[in-house]
Design a protein around this ligand. Structure first.
Ligand SMILES: [Zn+2]
Length: 109
């Protein structure tokens, strides 16, 4: 049991990635929010500099590749360096449901 979700659904039309966890919880994460939260070293460094405006408008998730402990997400802006562990995706989902709606849950329009 590695905490992997039972269902992963990538809806390109609504730009939402939906994850259903073994305990019945569900996370809905916007593609733009996921891109902004990319955990690769380059994006983390950019966020630490405060450069979080780097997400291209209308960016969508084009591929989800299982990596055992998480997923590698490939975005339409060509960025594919981020591997998102299950635990991190769960945390993003919890933030999205709470106080970080602008960044994570709402796709910008
Ligand atoms: Zn990145």
């Amino acid at each position: 049991m590695n905490g992997a979700p039972q269902v992963i659904r990538n809806a390109k039309a609504s730009a939402l990635l939906t994850l259903e966890w073994p305990d019945g919880q569900r996370s809905e994460l916007s593609h733009a929010g996921l891109r902004a939260a990319c955990p690769c070293s380059r994006c983390r460094a950019a966020r630490q500099r405060g450069a979080i405006g780097a997400v291209a408008h209308g960016v969508v998730l084009t591929a989800v590749q299982a990596q055992g402990y998480g997923v590698q997400l490939v975005f339409s802006d060509g960025h594919d360096r981020g591997i998102y562990p299950w635990q991190y995706l769960r945390e993003l989902g919890q933030r999205a449901g709470r106080d970080d709606k602008t960044l994570i849950f709402q796709a910008s329009s």
